[in-house]
Design a binder for this molecule. Structure first.
Ligand code: ADP
Length: 164
């Protein structure tokens, strides 16, 4: 059976928390598509192509992980891709409450064709969020422990352009 999971998110930027979820899920599914949602009303710090490039560099070691940008409803994108699973990470009760409602919508809208699979964060990463990592980057702090090792140099380059 071809178990395909979509891992949707903003990844603004990808953190070590996201990386850990993908690493642990990569053995559970035949293929994972990391899907950057492009049509949300959210404001992002990093442009879409920048976020996509960093994710690709960060995850290049995983042979069964792909990266794509998508528009529209997540459940429709899953059905188009032949994916039965949505992968999400849970850090705390407020993540759970938020995720529960979205998972129920996706289950309902897809008429039971899509299951959302939650992985609990590893405790060492439970405090890490893209929003806090963004603040550290903008304010010239040491973000290196909080992002995948492969993209530290890329983000340092970006950070140096902010100082000019
Ligand atoms: P979104 O804007 O859809 O919340 P994010 O990029 O912030 O997208 O997060 C994508 C997914 O990764 C979400 O399920 C989120 O809960 C999960 N996630 C984010 N940070 C962590 C972390 N430190 N540990 C585990 N899961 C995380």
């Amino acid at each position: 059976m071809n178990r395909i999971a979509i891992f949707p998110g903003s990844f603004d930027p990808i953190t070590i928390g996201h990386y850990n979820i993908i690493q642990r899920a990569s053995g559970l599914f035949d293929k994972i598509i990391v899907a950057i949602g492009a049509n949300s009303s959210k404001k992002y710090m990093f442009p879409l192509d920048q976020r996509e490039a960093w994710i690709k560099i960060a995850l290049k070691e995983f042979e069964n992980v792909e990266v794509e940008v998508y528009n529209g409803l997540t459940y429709k994108y899953c059905l188009n891709k032949g994916a039965k699973y949505i992968l999400r990470g849970i850090r705390n009760p407020s993540d759970f409450e938020f995720e529960k409602s979205i998972a129920h919508f996706n289950q309902d809208l897809s008429e039971g064709k899509i299951e959302t699979i939650f992985l609990l964060t590893e405790s060492a990463y439970s405090f890490i969020s893209s929003s806090n990592v963004r603040e550290i980057i903008i304010n010239n702090g040491d973000f290196s422990k909080y992002v995948p090792v492969n993209i530290v140099e890329n983000i340092l380059e970006y950070q140096s352009t902010l100082q000019k």
